[in-house]
Design a protein around this ligand. Structure first.
Ligand code: ACO
Length: 457
């Protein structure tokens, strides 16, 4: 099969949010810390009767219904999530309820977990399946979903929640570029969830940022080397730079980190360039940084500021349009980077996107990270697969506007309730239908044997 990649993409986010300015006041922090400091506007959060299963049920059903797909046409479905409510039973198996009436049980795939990276691992698996001898000609569906919540304190404003489902197959408008992947994996305790009875992680925020930026450097280095090797085989000899990406999307814990990451990539280009012009242009005034080593600069404010300023235009052009969901819904964990992809598609025209390369950086604490890229198809004509994909996401801003704003006090109470009821057996979660968009699945009951039942609004 040719041009394996993403054919359709569906987004689910909760119907309620808190405003970050209001949250600053409620938390008693300095005005501007969450908004200007972290770059966040709003944060979505789940109703009391939503869980990871309901989020994924909703997004998969939406993908199939809106795409007018047949349940029989799916031969693989897998879920990337770090929202674990059962140590054995995969979310994927819960999703099999949706296939029940079709009789299709021949569906490969289970769940994959490592912090925010599980969705990317699932996407790689799904694409490999389509390219393999095991492929039976049907679609693969990749689901990423998470409820990102933190204990009260400085990490709380970097939460969020949501789910994304992607239809994967050949002749896609967003093709995964073959051979262009740079991965970095290592052992780190930057963010992890050792307390299985709590929804909250243990997090070392500053360490997690350093790990993220180090993984970015390493992945970009490997990605670039592989791209240059491919070019050499075609007789082209020149360094890969950010110019070779028309757009760049990132795992987005908070938008400020993404902006810093663009600066970081420019620093990589600058240091890799044999003879950068520091008298004019992009690198003007950066001469004094010529001798720095990447590994010595993770806590250098001076380097960060200089390269953030130098990369401002690159950020505005290549990355800012992808931050719509991140800034207004927050970090969704596994769906975060795919939310950036959806945002980019909703903010650009098919014509802008046609033929472009989109660089993608996925990071999951602990840690696992990859940089890879999508090649967008050339055909942007009305009715083309690309046009259909872009049109299907055009209503994202309106859907975000349609959410309900909840006061931080009420948000805090709902969070408290979640803490108390998380993992309770024999209970019916309280939660109102008014807190859900139409078509949303929700939890109706957990019985005495912890079996969960769901209904759809
Ligand atoms: N006005 C404007 N900016 C302000 C203000 C203000 N009044 N007050 C603070 N700031 C700025 C700070 O200068 C800082 O920006 P800078 O780093 O560019 O200088 C920013 O706001 C944040 O302030 P900090 O003091 O660094 O914030 P704190 O350490 O309290 O928390 C953190 C931030 C570490 C990100 C925390 O929210 C956290 O732990 N989040 C979860 C971990 C995370 O998301 N890690 C990222 C990768 S891993 C993952 O995806 C989970």
């Amino acid at each position: 099969p040719k041009d394996v990649g993403i054919l359709a993409l569906e987004v689910y986010f909760p119907a309620q949010y808190v405003d970050q300015e209001e949250l600053e006041r409620f938390d008693g922090v300095e005005a501007g810390k969450y908004t200007r400091g972290l770059g966040q506007k709003q944060m979505g959060f789940c109703a009391a009767h939503e869980d990871i299963n309901s989020l994924c049920l909703t997004v998969v059903q939406r993908l199939v219904e809106r795409g007018r797909l047949s349940w029989d046409a799916i031969g693989r479905l897998e879920v990337g999530t770090e929202t674990v409510i059962d140590k054995s039973k995969a979310v994927k198996t819960v999703l099999m309820q949706l296939f029940h009436d079709s009789g299709n049980t021949d569906v490969e795939g289970i769940d994959t977990t490592n912090a925010c990276y599980g969705g990317t691992a699932s996407l790689f698996n799904a694409a490999s399946w389509v390219e393999s001898s095991a492929w039976d000609g049907r679609y693969a569906v990749v689901v990423c979903g998470d409820i990102a919540v933190y204990a009260t304190g400085n990490a709380r404003p970097t939460g969020g929640a949501g789910a994304i489902a992607m239809l994967v197959g050949p002749n896609a408008p967003l093709v995964l570029e073959r051979g262009l992947r740079g991965t970095h994996m290592e052992h780190a305790y930057d963010f992890y969830k050792p307390n299985l009875s709590s929804e909250y992680p243990v997090v070392d925020g500053q360490l997690s940022i350093q790990c993220y930026l180090r993984a970015l450097d390493r992945c970009y280095g490997v990605y670039r080397r592989k791209a240059e090797t491919q070019w050499k085989q075609d007789g082209i000899q020149r360094p890969f730079t950010l110019d070779d990406f028309k757009y760049i999307i990132f795992h987005s814990p908070f938008c400020k980190l993404v902006q810093k990451s663009v600066g970081r990539l420019l620093l990589n280009d600058f240091l890799a360039s044999p003879n950068p012009d520091t008298a004019s242009g992009l690198y003007k005034g950066l001469q004094s940084f010529r001798g720095v080593k990447l590994e010595d600069t993770y806590s250098s404010k001076e380097v960060e500021k200089a390269f953030q300023a130098a990369s401002q235009d690159i950020f505005n052009q290549k990355t800012k349009p992808s931050l719509l969901l991140s800034s207004r819904n927050g970090n969704m964990y596994t769906p975060s980077m795919y939310g950036c992809l959806a945002s980019l598609l909703s903010q650009c025209s098919a014509r802008d996107l046609a033929g472009s390369r989109i660089g993608a950086f996925s990071y999951g604490s602990g840690l696992a990270a990859s940089m890879f890229s999508f090649r967008v198809s050339q055909d942007a004509a009305p009715g083309s697969p690309l046009d259909k994909l872009v049109s299907s996401l055009a209503d994202l801003p309106a859907r975000l506007d349609a959410r309900k704003r909840v006061a931080p006090q009420d948000f805090a109470e709902i969070m408290k309730k979640r803490e108390e009821t998380h993992h309770l057996a024999d209970h019916a979660p309280h939660g109102s239908q008014a807190d859900l968009f139409p078509g949303t699945w929700y939890l109706t009951r957990v019985d005495s044997k912890y079996r969960r039942e769901y209904a759809r609004k």
